[in-house]
Design a protein around this ligand. Sequence first.
Ligand code: AMP
Length: 540
Amino acid sequence: MQDFVHTSEAVAATRSRLEKAAQLQTLFSRLSDADLARAARYLSGRAFPLSDQRVLNVGYANVRDALLTLVPTPDEAYSHLVVRLADMGDVAYELLGRRPDPPPTLTLADLADLFDQLAAASGAKARGKLLTATLARATALEAKYIVKIVMGELRIGLQEGQVEDAIARAYGVRVEAVQWANMLLGDLGETAVLARQGRLGEAHMRLFHPIKFMLASPAASPDDVAKQMPSGFLVEDKFDGVRAQVHKQGGRLAIFSRTLDEVAHRYPELHAPLLALPGEFILDGEILGWRDGRAIPFTEFQARLGRKTVDAELLASLPVAFMAFDLLYQDGDVLLEQPLRERRRCLETLLAVFPHPYSLILSQAAEFQAATALPAAFDAARERGNEGLMVKEPGSTYKPGRRGKEWLKVKRPLATLDVVVTGVEWGNGKRRHVLSDYTFAVQDDEGQLLEVGKAYSGLTDAEIAELTAWFQAHTIEDYGKFRRVEPLIVLEVAFDNVQPSDRHPSGYALRFPRIVRVGTDKLPADIDTLDTVRALAGVR
Ligand code: AMP
């Protein structure tokens, strides 16, 4: 555990990717197989592998109680610390640093035990006790990392990709081979051990862990599409629901959301039709409100997303359908490396066995050669009640977690961008008591956030009230009128155009941005990039 925390500190303080990899390599070389597996998982900020859907259920209150039991502190002083540091791991480090460190006896195996027990414990009280007992034995630095992992604060300084990179370098294998095995297994720990043993090739697809979704970039115009895909493209409707990935094997079913959570219990009406399909598979698609053969507008369907329990009344008033548009795996074959055209052919055959189910639908795709046909296709999609078009390169492979140019989304009249809120301001007039003005950012290749604009229109009063409470609880620095906040709220913004500007660090500014939606099913890591902004500035 000492080695692990000291390496984590060193890595967090290092900017160079190579240097980070070298530090990790040294750590890996000192660990047993079991500890290597644990370290690889924890370094990427996860207590459990993706393939393990257990959750720790530890909240702010548990951590607070544990810390204050160990180092009694007046409420006000504690609150100041939380606001100042804005990271519970750092709060733990600061508070526990006020008592002498116990001798370092904790091991990575102890940590794994703690996580198992937390996941199995019923009730906040039991979890609080377990956490307190472990933190009592931890040095301040160990506590910092335990709390970071427990709270899911993925700011350990490493993204999963960087850990994959370090594993590849440590064991002299290609990073693509590490990524592939990790994608199949859903476990960076097991992947690291296979890499060490020279057995990466033995990894086989394991179902029931989410594979990251392939994403789309906005297309500015039909000309833009023609430029990207000169030799033709597949066109589908862009459905306005929530992304979902279905895993089925035998009588077992799982549905993963864009945030990689298992959500099958929210959609009971989809279980029977999906289980009735033959064989084992992973489907990619969209869940949407569906009534009388037509999509229910997202604003109406949203009411169902917010509900914890799905009762008969809700099932009747807001029924859903699964619109399948991709097939990633079928009966032992991983299809990701197959071209889209081939994946579609398999998908059509799979769904053909079950031709007219009410709640399981094949997304229709047409192959076009010329972009001149796009405006009419767009209008037809809108007529059908859908949001616009998705244009896909027929020869493209499925790239998990990537937002590339092989899938383009066409939403006229305006392109939109997914951005993350980095700063908020109190409004004016009747909005002076709410945080209603949002400064937002896109990311560069390194994941660094760069601000591109500020928006204060498009949300309802209820949404603003809810966001105000959230931002107050997630303020990093409070400057009075302006607050810097944790970059976790994703917005979809529309705008008139993009212009070069020295007002923002990105070098660009969006003109007349307005908020189209709070992206509740999107992760901050999935926001649009500076390259996209640059491209939009160029083509407009
Ligand atoms: P956006 O949410 O605007 O970034 O658009 C990307 C999302 O569109 C994807 O993540 C899917 O949830 C959704 N989508 C809707 N229809 C399709 C489709 N036919 N193919 C792929 N994605 C789609």
